[in-house]
Design a protein around this ligand. Sequence first.
Ligand code: FAD
Ligand code: MLT
Ligand code: ZN
Length: 451
Amino acid sequence: VPDRLIQALEAAVGERHVLTDAAMTSGYDVDWTGRFRGRSRAVVRPRDLEQVAAVVGACREAGVAVVPQGGNTGLVGGSVPLAGEVVLSLRRLDWLDPVDALACQVTAGAGTSLAALQRHVDASGLAFGVDLGARDSATVGGMAATNAGGLRLLRYGAMRAQVVGVEAVLSDGTVIRHLGGLTKDNTGYDLAGLLCGSEGTLAVITALRLRLVPRYDERVVALLSFSGVRAALDAVAVLRTTLAALEAAELFFEDGLALVCDQLGLRRPFARAYPVYLLVECADRVDPMPLLAAAVEQLAAEDVAVAADGPRRAELWRYREAHTEAINALGPPVKLDVTLPGAALEAFVGEVREVLRTVCPEGRCYLFGHAADGNLHVNVAGAPAEATEVEDVVLNLVASMGGSISAEHGIGTAKRGWLHLNRSKEEIALFATIKRALDPDGILNPNVLLP
Ligand code: FAD
Ligand code: MLT
Ligand code: ZN
């Protein structure tokens, strides 16, 4: 590193917040799964907007690239320095303004964790519409940058639907700010919307104005078992059309449940095993149990476990949420995150297992995901480290069936070679034009998203 850059960074944020020692940077250099690892020139930890702008300006002047990093829970290798970049950690921007109860909105620093946001708005009788398993570490800035989806998307939409305003630092240090939170505001391009899903390639998000939703305290969780995927998807259709209070509909399979129970030492939910499971949650102001019970009567479920009290609800959720950590404990998996049109989902489940048996017989394939969104997580444990064949066959199969190669985790570095499966030459050229306009020197996360 040119020492001048380190000096400029130290002048910007203070010596204590520029980390260069490998022992100090290692946690920032590797992703959550352990699959993507680099070595940063320095990790810089600004505490506010002015410091972020100074850091970006100094890096641009030195011609050194920057990787914005929030909670580092991303699953596509987008938050780690793969080519000696400076890591710009936003975690110290973790402030929260008071909740605006009239507008049902709040303004948050980009480094605020999802859990801290949830606690903050809970006190005002409101809730945040996106929830995900990494809530203790994932930041709202990272969630916007990836347009995170999560466990309640069927009711509230993805991150983009929650973001009503943004403050960000452009690659030349310019600040843009539009945090007024006006619900109706048709004054030109939707810059907040553009930054959602931009994965740190267009600007560094420093603050967000976020929409809030009502807090529903009456909750019921049900775990349903089925003889096959078709029966489970038919059940989702019935639940969606009959239950306005439906908030989650999550799918998993017997092999995943067995792994979770084994790894975490959990008791199995039912006396016997079933091929497919669906975890559903309803939330309302009045007890949703009677309506849920009536709806379940119409389903072809083999067995049902229902929970209304908090601890028991959490126990049922554990079977689904713990998939990520249980699979990772087998070693860094090849993680794919795809959407299929509803009509193709059942066929995809059969075909993806079949093609994986052919190209990677030694791999163990785990499928789980967000059933109502057509979003399946295809995880392959035990595949060779450089197994691009696995990605290649699965992503080509997805595209051939009209699906998306990234449902909610983003493209990152992991999927950039396959972007052409979903985006035309013309679209990718337009992406590049937008990138050049906002980041002409290419210093913002250059190893991510664009092929
Ligand atoms: P990071 O991992 O730090 O960064 C992610 C990307 O955003 C990188 O490209 C980075 O450069 C960029 N970035 C981060 N902060 C900023 C910023 N302030 N400005 C500009 N760019 C920035 N994802 C889902 O969508 N749904 C789920 O259900 C879900 N469940 C998960 C469960 C577990 C157990 C884990 C480990 C992950 C899960 N994820 C899920 C993935 C992950 O939590 C999300 O992608 C989350 O949005 C990442 O937030 P982060 O703060 O950790 O971002
Ligand atoms: C989930 O739905 O649990 C997350 O997206 C994490 C994962 O895919 O492992
Ligand atoms: Zn998911």
